[in-house]
Design a protein around this ligand. Structure first.
Ligand code: AHR
Length: 528
């Protein structure tokens, strides 16, 4: 082993072993990847709503994962489990999209209010019974407990504009109407806030297989009649309606919706268009969530980086009709969709969550931030126990996933100003797959602090970094690093701390930040 490799190995071991009290210098300055941070050219505000979550009535995402019922031995507040609430509060979840998904286009809200709840079916997800114990009041209570805003998805597929309009009246009126009084009788005299309203869900697919033109006509009716009456939600705080967009390439929903919006007359409006895109590497989902090899890792990371192309294409369509960027692009379903865990109900979409998924989360959040001028909302699928979950539960047990830790590390980026970064990404090659090896984003938070996030997606090679900043003087750089022994390392109920962030400090010489990123790692540094 030559001297250079020995030094690199030493630096990597130091970073990944434990909390570091002394700075870790780059092992080789000559080969360090240059990162230039233009702190003097701040860009768009990173809307904290891109760190939103999605919670559908699917598998144990709600029942067991969030709702355990008032009489459960699992500690809870009004039926909502307290361990999950505490974990979600810690990542400052900005909004939660609910009740679906495909479930949303078959959901009838009256089944889920008051004392008597209808027991219905959930044909989309395992054909199980739906007790409706978690309904409107419980969702709003859950939001209140975790400190998040509502993103309500209304039923366009099998519902009517009248049913949806009545739901919004029930939720938001401060007048003594029958529905307003019903809400008060159910425990909430004050109107609720609804920040986002999803006008249907994938109506090109499970939401009714509508043509773009058909959907546009439905969207106009729903957005015309479904009103938010909350007198406090006016002006810039008014509810934002999100129409269904990109249809997995089958036809052109985004174009049809944006075109209709541009040509609209006074009677209806929308404020955003949605995009759903999963990292799946070919349908049906078949990639294993544990025990996968490096080839699978590279394939899935390559697939996830398509998000950049997709957002650029959708933004370009929206720019044609909306050059002033009034409409939001809402990526309200995204994440890794893998093969169901062996032995689980395939309709429950249960999968493990590994370091690979954390790296994928960081790469996607970075892409959203680069599109901060258009992408103001994003919701990872899904919050608890389903797909790329933040949290997994099993009865009273709870574990935080590697993806959760990325959301926690990225907290400083919520509502910060994007700062342009240019860097030498290098390349990572595995078989036919060639990818940029590094990714980096920077931002300045509301208190003026600078933050830098770096990902080294190469599972084998450490990366030496040398970052310089224009427009700010930096004397120290420290933060957190997430890595683990393997790309498929996971946190389990028995070993919940396998993939957890550790403290790191970089060396700073003459304002130049130097550190070695271990293989397969994500770092967030505060630059002071
Ligand atoms: O998140 C699972 C499902 O994926 C949602 O219900 C649907 O909208 C999408 O196809």
């Amino acid at each position: 082993m030559n001297r250079l490799r020995s030094l690199r190995l030493l630096a990597t071991l130091l970073v990944s072993s434990a909390l570091l009290s002394t700075p870790v210098a780059a092992a080789s300055r000559e080969q360090a990847a240059a990162i230039s941070i233009a702190a003097d050219k701040p860009g768009a505000k990173i809307n904290r709503d891109i760190f939103g979550q999605f919670a559908e009535h699917l598998g144990t995402g709600i029942y067991g994962g969030i709702w355990v019922g008032r009489n459960s031995p699992i500690p809870n507040v009004r039926g909502i489990r307290s361990d999950v609430v505490a974990a979600l509060r810690a990542i400052k979840v900005p909004n939660v999209r609910w009740p679906g998904g495909c479930f949303g286009d078959e959901y009838h809200w009256r089944n889920g209010i008051g004392r008597e709840r209808a027991v219905t079916l959930n044909p989309n997800w395992g054909g199980v019974t739906e007790p409706n114990s978690f309904g409107t009041e419980e969702y709003m209570d859950f939001l209140d407990q975790i400190g998040a805003e509502a993103f309500l998805s209304i039923n366009v597929g099998s519902g009517t504009p009248q049913e949806a309009a009545e739901w919004l009246e029930y939720l938001t009126t401060d007048q003594p109407t029958t529905l307003g009084k019903m809400r008060a009788a159910n425990g909430h005299p004050a109107p609720y806030r609804i920040k986002y309203l999803g006008v249907g869900n994938e109506n090109w697919g499970c939401g009714g297989a509508m043509s773009p033109d058909h959907y546009v006509e439905e969207m106009k009716r729903f957005s015309r009649f479904v009103r938010n009456y909350n007198p406090k939600q006016t002006g810039p705080d008014a509810m934002r309606r999100i129409a269904v967009g990109w249809d997995a390439g089958a036809s052109d929903y985004t174009d049809a919706v944006a075109k209709a919006w541009k040509a609209k007359v006074w009677s209806w409006d929308i404020e955003g268009i949605s995009l759903h895109s999963y990292t799946v590497a070919g349908w049906p989902p078949h990639m294993a969530s544990t025990g996968f090899d490096e080839g699978d890792y590279a394939t899935l990371v390559k697939d996830t980086l398509n998000m950049e192309t997709l957002l650029s294409k959708q933004s370009a369509i929206m720019d044609r009709y909306d050059p002033d960027k009034k409409l939001t692009l809402s990526v309200d379903e995204w994440g890794v969709w893998l093969a169901p865990l062996p032995g689980s109900n395939p309709g429950f979409l249960q999968q493990q969550n590994s370091l690979r998924d954390a790296i994928i989360a960081a790469l996607n959040l970075n892409i959203f931030m680069r599109h901060a001028d258009r992408v103001h909302v994003a919701n990872i699928a899904q919050m608890v126990n389903v797909l790329q979950a933040m949290i997994m539960t099993d009865g009273p047990k709870m574990v935080l996933t590697p993806t959760y830790h990325v959301y926690r590390m990225y907290l400083p980026f919520q509502d910060a100003s994007f700062i342009p970064v240019t860097f030498d990404a290098g390349s990572y090659r595995r078989g036919d797959v060639v990818l940029p090896r590094l990714d980096a984003v920077a931002a300045r938070d509301g208190s003026g602090q600078l933050w830098l996030a770096i990902t080294n997606l190469d599972p084998e090679r450490p990366a030496d970094i040398a970052a310089t900043i224009a427009g700010a003087r930096v004397a120290s750089a420290s933060g957190q690093l997430l890595t683990a022994a393997r790309v498929d390392s996971v946190n389990s109920f028995d070993a919940p701390h396998t993939v957890e962030p550790k403290a790191i400090a970089a060396a700073v010489r003459d304002g130049r930040i130097e550190l070695t990123m271990p293989p397969k790692s994500v770092a967030v540094l505060q630059l002071r």
